[in-house]
Ligand binder design. Structure first.
Ligand code: NDP
Length: 611
C-alpha cells in the first residue's frame, strides 16, 4: 500500500526553468509531421497480425431471429450492460464479438505478465453481484478473463452470444422500429434496442516502419501473443522455445512494461527498442486477504469504493474542493497521484487562489513525483548509461503513467539490452532484424508492443457504419467530431446506446466505473420505454446541440499540446474541432455520475423523446 501522503505539499528541489527546457527539447525531438499517420492498420498485407491465436473459429449456421437487445462488444461494457438488463427482466440479450469469448481487451491481451495496474477491487466489475473476491491487489490477466466468463455464466449471457462474429452493418428500420444487424458470418437478425461498446483501445496498430514485410523472422503484435512460437502461457509458464532465440520488442508503453520481465527471463537475448521512456512508478502488488475483504464487504461496498476512487483520483484536477476530507479506500498508484496533486492545490491559502497558482501547485507536485521516478531508475538500474536512457523527461500525465516492480530490474540482466533511439524510433526492418541508430540488430523475432488506435474515426475502429432514421449515418454525423448527449445518445439513431468514455466521465474515473454507470442508464431507459409502451427513444436535436455547445465552451482537452507526443495529445498535432469534442464533462467525473444518477432516477430522461 502507498503511504498516505495527502497532507504533504510536494516541493521539487530543482531548477524549474532548465527542467522545462529539457522537457521541451525532448518533446521537439519526437514531434513528427505525420502524427497519427505514422501508424498502419492490421489490414491488407498486415492482416495476418490481426488473426486470433487463442481460439479456432468454429463453423455455425447464420442467425436470423429477433432479440430485444443486441450489444456489440463482449468486454466490460457489454457484460455490465447485459447484466443490468438481465436484472431488469430483459431476457433475450445477444452480445456479439469478434473475439472467441467474452473479455474484450482481456480476451486479446494475453501477453506474458499481463495484469491490470488499477486495483482489482474497483477494476473488476460486478464483484459484489457474482460474489467473487480477487486474489491480488492488482489482478493478472487470466484472472480477469476468467471473471468475464464468470459474469457471462452468472447472467446467462452465453445463451444467445455470437463470438468470432464481426458486425458489418447496423440499419434502422423505422416502420418496424428495430435494428437490422448483419455480420461477417452471414447473420441477419433484428433487435429492438442496440448497444455498442467496442472499447477505447480495440484496434491494434503497427508502426509504419520501412521494410516491415522484408523481415524473414517471426513477428506478432503484443495483443495477439503467439505462444505456439514462444512456448509458455499467460499464467507465467516459461517460454522455453525462446531459450535459443534473439528477440526484439518495439515499444516501451504499459504493455511492454509488463511483458519485458518475462521476455528477459526466457529469451536468449532481448533488445528493448525504446523511442520514449515510460515513467515507471512502484506497483506494490500483494495477495488480498479474504478475511480482510469480508470485513470491508458490507452491502454496496463496490459502488462505494468506485465512488471513493473517482473522488481521490480526481484530486489531480483539484476536486473535491478544499476542506472536504476524503479517505482513500483504494490506495493505488492512481489515487496516490490524485492525492498528491490535491495536497498541493489545497495548500494554497484561499485568499491567494487563482488558476495560475493552481497550475503552479500542480506542476510542483508533478516535478517532485517525476524526480522521484527518475531517482528510482538510478536506484534500480546498475549501469548508469542505461539508467540515464530510461529516465522520462515529461510531466507524468503526458503519457499513461506506468507502475511495475520488475521492469527496470530486467535491464540488470546480461541478456537484456536497451536500444534507445533518442526519440527517433526504429529506422527500418531488414530481412535479418531491426535497424536503430544506424546499427542492425539481428533477431529471430520482432514483437510489436506498439499500442492501439485511439482518436481515429469511430466507425472505422468499429469496423462498420450505423444507418439510422432517414439515412443518417454515424460516420457522417461524427465526421467533424463526436456529437452526443452524455456521450451515449446520438440524434437520428433511435434505440441505440453508445458506451464509451468521451463526453461523459472520460478519464476522470476508472474506465469500468464509466461502463457500470452506462449499464445502469441503459437498463433504466429500456425499462422506461417498455413500461410506457414506447417503440423508440431518441435524443432530441436540441438536447444534443446543447450538450455539444456546453462541451465546446467549457471542456478541457485531456492531452496538453506542450506534452511529449502520444495518444493522449493526438501525437502532438494541432487540436481541431474533433479533438475539442474529445473531452469529458467539464465539472468532472464525480459531478457527471451525480448528474446522471439524478437524470436517470427522476424518470424524466430530459432530452430524450419516447414515441
Ligand atoms: P502504447 O501506445 O502506450 O505504447 C506504444 C509504444 O510503441 C510506445 O512506447 C511508442 O513510443 C512505441 N512506438 C511506436 N512507434 C514506434 C517506432 N516507430 N519505433 C519505436 N517505438 C515505437 O501501447 P501499449 O500497448 O503499451 O498501451 C496502450 C494502452 O493500453 C495503455 O496506455 C493503457 O491505457 C492500456 N494498458 C493498460 C494496462 C493496465 O495495466 N491497465 C496494461 C497495458 C496496457 P512513443 O512513446 O515514443 O510513442
Amino acid at each position: 500500500m502507498s503511504a498516505d501522503t495527502s497532507a504533504l505539499p510536494f516541493v521539487a528541489p530543482v531548477d524549474k526553468d532548465s527542467l522545462r527546457r529539457k522537457y521541451a527539447e525532448e518533446r521537439d525531438k519526437r514531434l513528427r509531421p505525420d502524427g497519427l499517420d505514422q501508424y498502419v492498420r492490421l489490414t491488407g498485407r498486415f492482416a495476418h497480425f490481426a488473426e486470433d491465436p487463442h481460439q479456432p473459429v468454429v463453423e455455425r449456421e447464420p442467425v436470423t431471429d429477433h432479440v430485444t437487445f443486441a450489444f456489440i462488444g463482449g468486454g466490460f461494457a457489454g457484460l455490465t450492460a447485459g447484466a443490468r438488463l438481465k436484472e431488469a427482466g430483459i431476457d433475450d440479450i445477444r452480445i456479439i464479438d469478434k473475439a472467441g469469448d467474452f473479455g474484450g481487451a482481456w480476451y486479446w491481451n494475453r501477453y506474458p505478465g499481463v495484469m491490470c495496474d488499477t486495483a482489482s477491487l474497483i477494476y473488476m466489475p460486478l464483484l459484489e453481484e457474482t460474489g467473487y473476491v480477487p486474489t491480488e491487489k492488482y489482478a493478472h490477466g487470466p484472472e480477469i478473463l476468467e471473471h468475464c466468463r464468470r459474469i457471462g455464466r452468472h447472467y446467462s449471457l452465453y445463451e444467445k452470444a455470437l463470438f468470432h462474429t464481426g458486425v458489418t452493418e447496423l440499419v434502422w428500420d423505422e416502420d418496424a422500429a428495430r435494428w437490422i444487424i448483419s455480420t461477417d458470418r452471414g447473420d441477419r437478425f433484428t433487435a429492438q434496442f442496440a448497444g455498442m461498446g467496442i472499447g477505447p483501445l480495440n484496434v491494434p496498430k503497427l508502426p509504419g516502419i520501412p521494410g516491415m514485410d522484408e523481415f524473414a523472422g517471426h513477428s506478432f503484435h503484443s495483443s495477439r501473443w503467439d505462444y505456439a512460437y514462444t512456448g509458455g502461457d499467460p499464467a507465467g509458464a516459461p517460454m522455453e522455445k525462446l531459450r535459443d532465440k534473439k528477440v526484439a520488442i518495439i515499444g516501451t508503453g504499459a504493455t511492454s512494461l509488463q511483458c519485458v520481465p518475462a521476455l528477459a527471463r526466457d529469451a536468449q537475448e532481448l533488445y528493448v527498442i525504446q523511442r520514449t521512456p515510460t515513467a515507471v512508478d512502484v506497483r506494490g502488488n500483494g495477495p488480498i486477504d479474504p478475511e480482510w475483504h469480508r470485513s470491508i464487504a458490507t452491502p454496496g461496498w463496490q459502488k462505494r469504493w468506485l465512488a471513493n476512487f473517482t473522488l481521490n483520483w480526481e484530486g489531480f484536477t483539484g476536486q473535491p474542493p478544499a476542506g472536504v476530507e476524503v479517505e482513500d479506500l483504494v490506495q493505488d498508484g492512481w489515487t496516490e497521484l490524485g492525492r498528491r496533486m490535491r495536497a498541493n492545490i489545497t495548500a494554497i491559502p484561499p485568499e491567494e487562489f487563482s488558476v495560475e497558482r493552481m497550475m503552479a501547485a500542480v506542476e510542483e507536485a508533478d516535478i517532485a513525483k517525476m524526480e522521484q521516478i527518475r531517482g528510482r531508475v538510478d536506484d534500480v538500474v546498475t549501469d548508469p548509461e542505461t539508467a540515464a536512457k530510461l529516465k522520462p523527461w515529461y510531466p507524468q500525465l503526458c503519457k499513461r503513467p506506468g507502475f511495475h516492480d520488475e521492469y527496470l530490474q530486467a535491464f540488470n540482466r546480461h541478456n537484456t539490452h536497451l536500444i534507445d533511439t533518442d526519440g527517433k524510433g526504429v529506422e527500418r526492418l531488414t530481412e535479418r532484424g531491426v535497424v536503430a541508430g544506424g546499427v542492425e540488430y539481428e533477431v529471430d523475432c520482432v514483437i510489436y508492443a506498439s499500442g492501439f488506435e485511439y482518436a481515429t474515426d469511430y466507425t472505422q475502429r468499429a469496423g462498420f457504419d450505423v444507418t439510422g432514421r432517414d439515412g443518417v449515418t454515424l460516420s457522417k454525423a461524427w465526421a467533424d467530431g463526436m456529437r452526443t448527449l452524455h456521450g451515449m445518445h446520438v440524434h437520428g439513431l433511435p434505440n441505440l446506446f453508445i458506451v464509451q468514455l468521451l463526453q461523459g466521465a472520460f478519464l476522470g474515473s476508472n474506465v469500468p466505473h464509466g461502463f457500470a454507470e452506462s449499464a445502469q442508464t441503459i437498463a433504466a431507459i429500456v425499462c422506461h420505454a417498455v413500461a410506457e409502451g414506447a417503440r423508440a427513444v431518441e435524443v432530441t436535436d436540441e438536447a444534443q446541440t446543447g450538450w455539444v455547445e456546453m462541451l465546446l465552451r467549457d471542456g478541457v482537452p485531456f492531452g496538453r499540446p506542450d506534452c511529449t507526443p502520444g495518444y493522449y495529445n493526438n501525437e502532438g498535432q494541432e487540436i481541431g474541432l474533433a479533438e475539442r469534442l474529445n473531452v469529458g464533462y467539464p465539472l468532472g467525473a464525480t459531478a457527471f455520475f451525480g448528474m446522471i444518477d439524478d437524470w436517470r432516477t427522476s424518470g424524466e430522461f430530459e432530452g430524450l423523446a419516447f414515441r
